[in-house]
Design a binder for this molecule. Structure first.
Ligand SMILES: Cc1cc2nc3c(=O)[nH]c(=O)nc-3n(C[C@H](O)[C@H](O)[C@H](O)COP(=O)(O)O)c2cc1C
Length: 189
């Protein structure tokens, strides 16, 4: 297999995952570093992917710890694994935050179904949960908009790893600031 036959299909799979909830890459791990220098990781839904700019988009609650962490340190790793093909994509790059009132957040919010909007209407993520209030009062989805944020990720490297019965394969790709492929090479698995 040629290196040129790996990069493009990997991004095709990410683009598919953003529109197909059944895709192996639909849920990815967004890994950051907190202000104490500790690694932090969490599962997020891949919302959009664009191979031209090497970007991915995630949604989050702006009251969550990750929102603050990413302001202090926007360097992240996005770790994706699909059991179909036993493929790992390890993307390194930076995150840009788009908070409530921003155009990006507005556009994304307007596309969300009501059931998803409601997930932003509850208490702050990580705070103690007041179950009795949640059960008696139905949540008002409009409250969620003021808490809704978009995380826009741009990749600068892709570490591609395919686990096989034998002869595992691994390749490293670099992207420049415009998203063009700037380097590629096989590396030892
Ligand atoms: C399958 C799955 C999908 C999730 N998707 C998201 C998501 O898209 N955005 C998000 O902020 N949290 C999502 N979560 C919750 C996060 O993993 C995490 O627990 C939460 O965002 C708090 O993270 P933080 O404390 O690091 O800010 C998801 C959890 C699971 C299990």
């Amino acid at each position: 297999m040629k290196l040129s036959d790996i990069d493009a299909p990997a991004w095709t799979e990410l683009e598919r995952a953003a529109v197909n909830p059944q895709s192996g890459f639909r849920y990815v791990n967004l890994c950051s570093v907190d202000p104490q220098g500790r690694p932090q990781a969490r599962t997020v839904v891949l919302r959009t992917a664009d191979r031209a700019t090497r970007s991915l988009e995630f949604h989050t609650d702006t009251r969550s710890p990750k929102w603050r962490e990413l302001l202090a340190n926007p360097q992240v790793t996005v770790l994706c694994f699909s059991p179909i093909g036993r493929l790992q994509l390890r993307l390194r790059g930076t995150i840009e935050r788009h908070g409530p009132e921003s155009e990006r957040a507005d556009t994304a919010w307007n596309r969300l179904p009501s059931r998803t909007r409601v997930t932003y209407a509850g208490g702050p993520p990580g705070d103690e949960c007041a179950f009795e209030i949640v059960e008696t009062e139905p949540l008002d989805e409009t409250k969620g908009k003021a808490r809704f944020g978009v995380l826009s990720f741009r990749a600068r490297t892709l570490d591609w790893f395919e686990l096989r019965q034998q002869d595992n394969r691994r390749a490293l790709f670099g992207y420049d600031e415009t998203g063009s492929l700037s380097s590629c090479r096989w590396i030892n698995p």
